[in-house]
Design a protein around this ligand. Structure first.
Ligand SMILES: [Zn+2]
Length: 232
């Protein structure tokens, strides 16, 4: 998987279809198992097949190219039959194959953003949170508070994944470089905040602690604030 994303303003396709199809080796696994086993995908949860098959949940998905919507959905939710069909058609229909895979990748991400707002999806995210999968806040006074994945936008390819710290309530770029290739829309802008409302007591025991600069043990007068001095 290659990263071509350098900033929010230059957020070209998050998943490289070429490299992802190069890695496309399902063996005896389902597509979803294969997809979730990819390196950066350990922060994604498995979507219940029933949820993905409910048309209501798929309404208005903002796919780049919906041409292969049904094929991609079959790939995500079906098992080996659809994979075998794709594998057999790989050589003679390589272009189609690549487009189905690319659509399936984005489709999974966008369904995922909806699924993690449901009670079942949120519970799976809680398990990952409790295992520390999402990483810890780099801010010293947050005392290793585990963060939550978050997107600034709900539209795909508008910006990469960020992490929200429930303690300092700040957003951070992924510390682990492998998460820099994930589209923020696959988690969405609502998730961490709804999650906090639901699981506040599980999430943080650290009240926000503010760093107080001191000289020889004495608090600085507000007029000595670095920002004030520089803005005057
Ligand atoms: Zn923090």
């Amino acid at each position: 998987m290659k990263s071509s994303q350098s900033s929010d303003s230059d957020s070209s396709p998050v998943f490289s279809s070429t490299s992802i199809t190069d890695e496309f080796d399902l063996e005896e696994r389902s597509w979803m198992e294969w997809f979730l086993s990819l390196k950066a995908h350990d922060i994604l949860v498995e979507i219940d097949e029933e949820y993905a098959l409910d048309k209501f949940n798929l309404t208005g998905l903002m796919l780049d190219d919906p041409t292969y919507f049904q094929d991609a959905l079959a790939l995500i939710t079906d098992t080996l039959e659809e994979h075998e069909k794709l594998r057999q058609g790989f050589e003679r229909e390589k272009h189609r194959h690549n487009r189905v895979i690319t659509t399936a990748l984005q489709m999974y991400g966008l369904i995922h953003a909806r699924y993690i707002l449901t009670p079942a999806g949120m519970k799976k995210m809680l398990t990952k949170f409790q295992r520390g999968v999402f990483g810890k806040c780099p801010r010293t006074l947050c005392q290793n508070q585990v963060m939550l994945p978050c997107g600034l936008y709900d539209t795909p390819r508008s910006g990469g994944l960020k992490f929200f710290c429930p303690s300092c309530e700040e957003l951070y770029e992924p510390i682990n470089r492998r998460y820099q290739v994930i589209d923020g829309a696959y988690f969405g802008s609502t998730f961490p905040h709804l999650f906090l409302l639901t699981y506040r007591e599980h999430v943080t025991k650290n009240p926000k602690e503010v760093y107080i600069p001191k000289i020889f043990g004495f608090k600085l007068h507000p007029s000595a604030s670095f920002h004030l001095v520089n803005s005057s």
